[in-house]
Design a protein around this ligand. Structure first.
Ligand SMILES: *Cc1c(COP(=O)(O)O)cnc(C)c1O
Length: 369
């Protein structure tokens, strides 16, 4: 009999529901429903977890990225190099400042290729936005060295990798500014839209606090035109609560991923290479699969929901087609990308069920040549 293995399950557990009801009750009673102590407490806690001095809570990951670029005065006439493979919000944040996105190729880990970045640096380059794609850090060390020696900013889009660690670097902790999304799909998620910007620089932190409130200082003096992107107080309370339990969420995702790693050791598939040095949080469990589209429909028939992230490279989207782009490797890999369900609410038996169907698919393929 078929079961359903869902790619996403945003239902809130009974335990959390009880706690969240009381958080909301407290908020309504206190009347501190804009910013307030919950936002401050969350900012302090996430900064600590990411090894940063400061965090500024904002309305979404997209806001976080836009404000990270805006606070560095990136705008018209500037080029910003980013990866060709990410959620479109990454390129959009660059374009919305008026700067020109430049797309670098990816490596086999699906993250931005540092050599490709190097070859794209020009006199117009103002920054690099590195994305920790799928839940694994980009090469923070090489990117830091490259940006420092070229006098350009490094910005981290850590939206997919909260909790990831590699080579002594933490998600949210490298570059001059980091942006993280806490939308409900992300590893550290709110009950709606939310995001964080992190930095070690006090002036940048203070400017971010202005920029998230229309660019005003003391609500009177305009420092720079901006948007309203304050973190919702209730979301901050939820995030603070979930942050306390984040290690359990991450280790459940990793346990699921380890089952895949050990069972999907077959030709036809490349799994995320188990790298002892890095702590991957598996925002997605992304494989490179031969016969990807056939596999996707076989799994779908078996009630298993998978996703292709992303069917189009950012550089292939209509508004970005005229941008400079090096994406040879990305174009090759994209037809094989497949994200298997890996979230923390899945059971071991769900994961084995997915593995059984994948193994059966490739076995049948081998028989039929
Ligand atoms: C989710 C995501 C964003 C955008 O975050 P929102 O909170 O949805 O605005 C940006 N970049 C990447 C890589 C993401 O995965």
């Amino acid at each position: 009999m078929n079961k359903t293995v869902r790619f996403l399950n945003l239902e809130v557990s009974e335990t959390e529901r009880v706690v969240f009801h009381s958080l909301l009750e407290n908020l309504m009673r206190s009347g501190h429903i804009i910013l307030g102590p919950e936002v401050l407490a969350f900012e302090k806690a996430i900064a600590e977890k990411c090894g940063r001095k400061y965090a500024v809570g904002v309305g979404s990951g997209s806001d976080a990225l836009y404000l990270a670029l805006s606070v560095l005065d990136i705008g018209p006439g500037d080029q910003v190099i980013t990866t060709s493979l990410s959620w479109i919000a990454t390129a959009n944040a660059i374009a919305i400042t008026g700067a020109e996105p430049v797309f670098a190729d990816i490596g086999d880990d699906l993250n931005i290729d540092v050599n490709s970045v190097k070859s794209l640096i020009s006199h117009k380059t103002k920054a690099v936005v590195a994305v920790d794609f799928t839940g694994r850090l980009a090469n923070a060390r090489l990117l830091t060295d490259l940006c420092t020696s070229n006098g350009i900013y490094l910005i981290e889009d850590g939206s997919q990798a909260f909790g990831a660690i590699s080579d002594g670097y933490r998600c949210g902790g490298y570059g001059i500014v980091s942006a993280i999304s806490h939308n409900p799909m992300k590893v550290l998620s709110a009950l709606g839209e939310a995001g964080s910007v992190l930095t070690d620089n006090l002036l940048i932190k203070e400017r971010l606090e202005s920029l998230r409130y229309n660019g005003t200082i003391n609500k009177e003096w305009l420092y720079k035109p901006s948007i309203n992107a304050r973190l919702d107080t209730f979301q901050a309370a939820i995030l603070l609560e979930r942050l306390n339990n984040i290690d359990v969420v991450i280790s459940k995702r990793q346990d699921n991923a380890y089952i895949y790693n050990s069972r999907l050791n077959l030709s036809g598939i490349v799994t995320p290479s188990p790298d002892i040095e890095s702590f991957h949080v598996y925002y997605t469990y992304t494989i490179l699969a031969d016969f990807r589209d056939e596999l996707l429909s076989a799994l779908s028939t078996a009630g298993i929901e998978c996703k292709i992230q992303h069917p189009l490279l950012m550089s292939e989207q209509e508004p970005y087609r005229s941008c400079i782009s090096h994406s040879m490797r990305a174009e090759l890999l994209k037809s094989k990308l497949l994200c298997l369900p890996v979230h923390e609410k899945l059971t071991e038996s769900d994961i084995h069920y997915v593995c059984d169907h994948i193994l059966a698919f490739y076995k049948a393929k081998a028989y039929h040549g």
